[in-house]
Design a protein around this ligand. Structure first.
Ligand SMILES: [Cu+2]
Length: 117
């Protein structure tokens, strides 16, 4: 093998090594994903989206775009925003997985589901 061919081969192996390191780092990042922030808009007496799936550790923010107050209240009592005033917001960081059904205590026909995986 010429010196040039040997050098080229060494470069190929070095590049492959870097690629493997890159793949490993990407996999580690996926496993320990940064917590995300999700927004649920309250508008026209509805939660949008009315069915949202998030990961444990994520934060959910309810933003009230109506000109009167609402609440986001778990039917089983695990969370309750209390009154969210017009143009106000309320946030919750979810720690446990489960399917949380919630509603507005001021307008009980407003219902939605938050799924934590
Ligand atoms: Cu309401």
């Amino acid at each position: 093998m010429s010196a040039l061919a040997a050098r080229r081969l060494a470069l190929v192996f070095a590049a492959a090594g870097l690629l493997l390191v890159g793949v490993g780092l990407a996999a580690a990042a996926a496993e320990h994903a940064e917590p995300r922030r999700h927004t649920i808009t309250i508008e026209g007496n509805a939660f949008r989206p009315d069915d949202l799936t998030v990961d444990r550790g994520d934060t959910v923010v309810w933003v009230n775009r109506d000109f009167y107050p609402h609440t986001a209240t778990d039917t089983e009592g695990s969370f309750d925003s209390g009154t969210i005033p017009a143009n106000g917001s309320w946030s919750l960081t979810v720690e446990a997985s489960g399917e949380l059904r919630y509603f507005c205590t001021l307008h009980p026909t407003m219902k939605a589901t938050l799924r934590v995986q």
